[in-house]
Design a protein around this ligand. Sequence first.
Ligand SMILES: O=C(O)CCC(=O)C(=O)O
Length: 203
Amino acid sequence: MRLPGFTNTEENLLPKDGILTYRPDLIDPVGAGDYLGTLTETIQWSQPSINFFGKLIPVPRFTAWYGDAGVVYTYSGVKNDPLPWTKELLLIKKKVEDASGTKFNSVLLNLYRNGNDHMSWHADDEKSLGENPVIASVSLGEVRKFGVKHRYDKDLEPLSLELESGSLVLMKGEMQEFWHHRIYPTKKPMGPRINLTFRKVIS
Ligand SMILES: O=C(O)CCC(=O)C(=O)O
């Protein structure tokens, strides 16, 4: 289902089992374009591989992990030591914290170089994020389709959102326990998108 345009950024888009909100304008278009350029150049991107039935497969995107010293995060079997916050990351973090009323100690960045790069169905439900984590997800660059589907209730139709540059998605409550999310690949020719998912790692 394609959700219609909405303006209420507090509106919960999930029918049950968690909270998902969308705000299109956390960062203005010029600022979002500037951040896209700066982060593309200054972030230490790498392309990790994941072990898939004994074979190492590179993930279809580039990633980076930044945060407070010592905030180690294991993601898809890959252990990440944080790089120190950059000036731009701290500026975006402040905006996200003000908008969400939540403090974060780390951010996972994803760089989708073109429409082939994507992220498969998953939940951010690692133990280290604790119960009912708040995840704040900022988009910069090309608009990409974000899918959400219930993990257990197959009668519920999947939802999808077009994530605009400068937008903020908040995932809260039981969302990670009950829903999976993804970024769809697309054949449409397109340039890069950077996503920043701010997290609070507690152990
Ligand atoms: O790129 C996105 O918007 C989604 C990122 C995501 O799902 C994640 O980092 O867990």
